[in-house]
Each structure stands twice: as structure tokens, then as C-alpha cells.
Write a protein that binds this ligand. Structure first.
Ligand code: ADP
Length: 596
């Protein structure tokens, strides 16, 4: 199924506001608190702006009249106003803290859920580090944006407007002097926005690339050490982090430029107003109190003006983070539930059938030959079919089509006569079990790893079938933690757990991708014997590389050049098909079997 965006296609020329508006569904539930908080902050700011007016009253009134009681009263007013401002800002912070961590958690949960539903083709295409960084750094940026810049762009905007009006009312000539820098400051902001948005996007993408390299080196540490590749790996890391550093420096330079303009021009204007104001007070055209009020208002506006630079920068980063978040969320998940959710009793008459199946990977270059080309294959009910072919012939791809990890390009696959695309995912997964060559164990107990939601009673039977009795000798038996955060198991042990996982739900159909590849000869013989019993009453498709695995199956299909070129028993093909004989002979274990 095609997805809409890949990591290499960032949207160009987006509108910051429109991008940020996409956050609304998440912000909606906390909107009341957020608006209340903004209102409280505006109130606090306006109280701050009343302080200069009290100063004016003090200078022109009690101070000019040399009235100490009046001065004390003024001081009391100032103290109360300051206290009210501080308390309201504290209240604002309390209002937003909890709801915003809720927003972040919701967005993260949605992202995680969505990632689970996205098709394998999506995960093939997206580097895991890009997904990781979107789920962590980007969401943190968004929470910070909602907590701070979003409110303060509004609050500071209102404060600046109210402050300028107060100044103009005090004295409109001085007010105009202060307003002169407004035009160049605004032009700088617009230019800055554009440039900073590009730099922010580059930086956040580079964090994703860096995360990918770190993740790969941690997961592949054995290969890196075994091949002495740590130097080249470190070089790759240094190159990427050097690039990120360059981008961060570019961001810092842009921020320094805008701050330079935003801080310097208003300071110069304040200086000019101070000189002009002093001259006019000396000439008796202006009261000293008015000049004090005017200048303290101008100084009170310094923080709202200075902060615009980094508030815009944080908003740009948040817009980029939103864009990156929704690039993943907009990818189309697997179509879920065609057909009913419950399992219908289906007569087991048809088995597994591939009808004229053609498959091409979604990201394959156009015009390239399909990996699988008009495959017709019938695995009869209860039959086990081995799938043999040279490396790269498409065996893994063919098996991945049955549980719908990939969707067929054309043709159809049926289970007992029912098209797999007509079944719900749930029904399909309950009828087909898979075990892959690279068994993955999650950081959980053996029990959870094998059951994966299946019935508890089946555990012992499945472990028995897979000859995985070794788990009882683990420190906590089936409750031992395994996987990354637990005990490390050997390749053979992991394969046996994966087999147990495959057979635990008593599936009608089994798809096994070379399930015995990591087993030693003795264990292999034991698992084979047990598998034989399981295979007796399931319909199975087994990718096989060695004759010992092939011999578990009733018949063999040979995959070559994207087509099924022969179907027959092992011995028939061995005698009649030179390619098959060659494939089987290439394996030393195969020779052992062939001589039998
Ligand atoms: P086999 O299991 O027989 O070794 P595969 O099914 O793994 O073969 O691969 C068949 C072909 O499909 C190979 O040429 C491989 O390069 C290609 N291929 C495998 N996985 C992908 C993928 N996720 N995206 C694109 N091409 C792929």
C-alpha cells in the first residue's frame, strides 16, 4: 500500500501558522486551561504596565509636594502590584503544566499506535532513527512551544500594543520616537522566519540521521567489533555530528542577528527619547513624572520586545516538529477490517493457493522486473510444501505475502478458498502463524514472548513441540526476562522460542522461513521430530535451504527468476531438475542427506 510521504520529501514552503494549527485536535481538550492561562498572563502583564503610572503619580504628587506619607502609600501600591503580577504568573504556570504533559503523552501514544499499524513497506523505507527522534525530541519541542512561545507571543504582543498606547497617551512626540524602529524590526523578523525555518528543518532531520547511526552501532556492536569497524563507524558519526553542529551554528548566527537588531534599535530609540524628554522637562514643557512614567513603560516593554526573537525561533522549531510528526501520522496504515472480526468455520478443503500472484516492492524503480512473476502454487490442506530457490530468488518475499506483511501487486492468495484481502487482519493472523529466520524476542518474559496474547494453557505444549524445554532451566523458568533488557539466549534457543510462538495458537496455516537454520545437529533432529507432528495437521509453507528441512515437507516448489519452475517431491526434483540438484548439493549438510 503506498504511503504519502517519505523522509526524503519534506514539504516545501509551508505556512508556519497552518502547520501549527494541525495541533488543534490535541490541544482542544485542554483549550479552556490554555486560554485561561493566556488571559491570566495578559492580566499580569497589564498590571506590570500600571507600575509606571503609579510612579508618575508619586513623582508629580507626593515627591514634588515633599509628602512622606504619600511616598509610603505609593510604595505600598507598588509592592501590591508587584506581588499581584508575580502571583498571577505563578498561577499561569500551574495552570498549563499538567495539561501540556497530557498533550505530549497523547501525541506520543498516537504516534506509537500508528507506527504499529503502518505496513512493513513503510518501515522498510523509513530509518528507525528518524522515527525515534520524532517520537522524542520533536514532541518535547512541541510541549515547550505550547507551554511558552504560544502563550507569550500573544501576551507579549498585547503588552507591546497596550504599552505603546500608554506611551503615546503620555506624550505622543516621545511615543513616535520610540515607534521609529518598529518597521526595520518587523522586516528583520519576516526575513528571519524564512531562513530559520529552513535551518530548523535541517537540524531536526540531522538529529534523526544521527539517532539512526547511534542505534545501528548499538544494535550491531558485535559486527562492528568483530570486523574492527569502530574507527569507520566513529568517523561516520563524527561527520554527521559535525554537520549537525554546522546547522546549529547557522541557527545561532541567525538568532544572533535578529537579537542584535531587536535589542539595539529599541535601545537607541529609548536613548533618543530620554535625551529629548530631558530637554523638554528642562524647558518646562513636560512634567518630570510623565518622563519617569514614559521611560519606565519603555523599559517594561524591553523584555516583551527582546523575547520576540527566540519566541519566533521556538515557534519555527515547533512548526518543523509538527510537520515531521504529521509526516509519519499521514502515512496510510494498513486497511484493517474487511469482513467480520470473528472466525468463521471454514471447510478445510482448499488449502493455501497462490493464483497468478505478481509482486513488486513499492519502492522498486519503475520498469524493473517484478520480484515474483505470475506465481501459481497450491499447497493442499494438511500438506507441507518446501520452498527452495537461490538466495535473492524471492522466497522470503513470497512467504511475507501470506500474513499480508506486503500486499500482492496483482493476483490473489486464498486460504481454504477465501481471499486473504477479504479477511480481517485479526482473522488472518489467527489462521496463519509465522516464524522468521531472524527470531525477535521482546524485552519480556519467556511466557509473554511465546504466548503473544494466546491462551495460557497452550504454553507447555508449544514449548514441547519446539523442544524448548531449556526454558525450565532458566533462573525463573518461563517467567525469566529475555530480550534486550533481560537474559541473552543463543541463536538456537531463540529459534526454538520463535517456533513455539508460531505453533502456540494451533494455526491452520504455518509459514516458516528457514526455521532450523541456527540449530545444531542434535537439536535440529529433535525439533524436526516435533515439527513433523505439528506439520501433520497444518498446511505449511516452509522456506528451506538444506535437504534436512526439505525432507520435512511432502512436496517441494522451486522458485527461480521470480517464477515457480518446478513442483514435486524432493527425490523427483533431485533426479529431474539440475538447478534443484545443484542447490541441494551446494550445502555440505545436503550432501549428507543426498547420500542417504
Ligand atoms: P530470498 O528470501 O529468496 O533470499 P528475498 O525475498 O529476500 O529473497 O529477496 C528477493 C529480492 O527482493 C531481492 O532481489 C531483494 O533485493 C529484493 N528485496 C527484498 N526485500 C526488499 C525490500 N524491502 N524492498 C525492496 N526490495 C527488496
Amino acid at each position: 500500500m503506498p504511503t504519502t510521504l517519505s523522509p526524503s520529501e519534506p514539504a516545501q514552503d509551508r505556512s508556519t501558522v497552518r502547520t501549527l494549527l494541525r495541533l488543534w485536535p490535541y490541544v482542544r481538550p485542554v483549550r479552556v486551561r490554555l486560554f485561561t492561562a493566556a488571559f491570566v498572563a495578559i492580566l499580569a502583564s497589564c498590571i506590570g504596565l500600571a507600575i509606571p503610572l503609579v510612579l508618575k503619580w508619586m513623582v508629580d504628587g507626593p515627591i514634588a509636594d515633599r509628602d512622606p506619607a504619600g511616598v509610603w502609600l505609593g510604595a505600598l501600591y507598588l509592592l501590591l502590584l508587584g506581588l499581584a503580577e508575580a502571583l498571577l504568573f505563578g498561577f499561569r504556570r500551574w495552570l498549563v503544566a499538567r495539561p501540556l504533559s497530557h498533550v505530549e503523552a497523547e501525541m506520543r501514544a498516537d504516534l506509537y499506535g500508528h507506527l504499529q499499524r503502518l505496513p512493513v513497506a513503510f518501515h522498510d523505507r523509513w530509518p528507525s532513527g528518524q522515527l525515534l527522534s520524532r517520537g522524542t525530541t520533536d514532541l518535547m519541542l512541541l510541549r515547550m512551544f505550547l507551554a511558552f512561545p504560544l502563550t507569550f507571543l500573544l501576551v507579549n504582543g498585547v503588552t507591546i500594543v497596550v504599552g505603546v498606547i500608554i506611551m503615546l497617551v503620555q506624550d505622543w512626540t516621545l511615543g513616535l520616537v520610540i515607534l521609529v524602529p518598529a518597521v526595520p524590526v518587523m522586516v528583520t523578523c519576516v526575513v528571519f522566519e524564512k531562513k530559520y525555518s529552513r535551518a530548523a528543518r535541517a537540524a531536526q532531520d540531522q538529529v534523526g540521521d544521527l539517532t539512526t547511526v547511534v542505534e545501528e552501532s548499538v544494535l550491531g556492536i558485535r559486527v562492528i567489533k568483530g570486523f574492527g569497524r569502530h574507527r569507520s563507524q566513529a568517523r561516520a558519526f563524527r561527520a554527521l555530528s559535525g554537520r549537525l553542529r554546522g546547522t546549529e551554528l547557522r541557527k545561532a548566527r541567525l538568532l544572533a542577528t535578529i537579537l542584535g537588531v531587536i535589542v539595539t534599535l529599541p535601545e537607541v530609540a529609548i536613548g533618543a527619547a530620554l535625551v529629548l524628554g530631558c530637554v523638554r522637562v528642562a524647558d518646562g514643557e513636560l512634567s518630570a513624572g510623565t518622563l519617569v512614567a514614559f521611560l519606565s513603560t519603555a523599559l517594561a516593554l524591553r523584555w516583551p520586545v527582546d523575547s520576540i526573537g527566540f519566541l519566533l525561533a521556538m515557534s519555527q522549531e515547533a512548526a518543523t516538529a509538527t510537520e515531521r510528526y504529521f509526516e509519519v501520522m499521514d502515512a496510510v496504515p494498513e486497511s484493517g477490517a474487511a469482513g467480520g472480526g470473528s472466525r468463521r468455520p471454514v471447510p478445510r478443503v482448499e488449502g493455501l493457493r497462490f493464483e497468478n500472484v505478481t509482486f513488486r516492492y513499492p519502492d522498486a524503480p519503475p520498469g524493473s522486473p517484478p520480484v515474483l512473476d505470475r506465481i501459481d502454487l497450491h499447497v493442499r490442506p494438511g500438506e507441507s510444501m518446501a520452498l527452495v530457490g537461490a538466495t535473492g530468488s524471492g522466497k522470503t518475499t513470497l512467504t511475507a505475502l501470506v500474513p499480508r506483511l506486503h500486499e500482492v501487486t496483482s493476483g490473489r492468495i486464498t486460504l481454504d478458498g477465501v481471499d486473504i484481502t477479504a479477511m480481517s487482519r485479526k482473522e488472518l493472523r489467527s489462521r496463519v502463524a509465522v516464524a522468521f529466520e531472524e527470531p525477535t524476542l521482546f524485552s519480556a518474559t519467556v511466557r509473554e514472548n511465546v504466548l503473544m496474547g494466546a491462551d495460557e494453557d497452550e504454553l507447555e505444549r508449544a514449548l514441547g513441540v519446539a523442544q524448548a524445554d531449556f526454558v525450565h532451566a532458566l533462573p525463573d523458568g518461563v517467567d525469566t526476562q529475555v530480550g534486550e533488557q533481560g537474559l541473552s539466549l543463543s541463536g538456537g534457543q531463540r529459534q526454538r522460542l520463535a517456533l513455539a510462538r508460531a505453533v502456540v495458537g494451533r494455526p491452520d496455516f504455518l509459514v516458516l522461513d528457514d526455521p532450523l537454520s541456527a540449530l545444531d545437529v542434535h537439536t535440529e533432529a529433535a525439533v524436526e521430530a516435533a515439527l513433523r507432528r505439528v506439520l501433520a495437521d497444518t498446511t505449511a509453507l516452509i522456506v528451506a535451504h538444506r535437504p534436512s528441512t526439505v525432507l520435512l515437507a511432502d512436496r517441494v516448489a522451486l522458485l527461480s527468476g521470480g517464477r515457480i519452475t518446478a513442483v514435486g517431491t524432493h527425490h523427483e526434483l533431485l533426479r529431474g531438475n539440475p538447478e534443484y540438484a545443484h542447490l541441494m548439493a551446494a550445502d555440505p549438510a545436503g550432501e549428507r542427506e543426498v547420500k542417504r
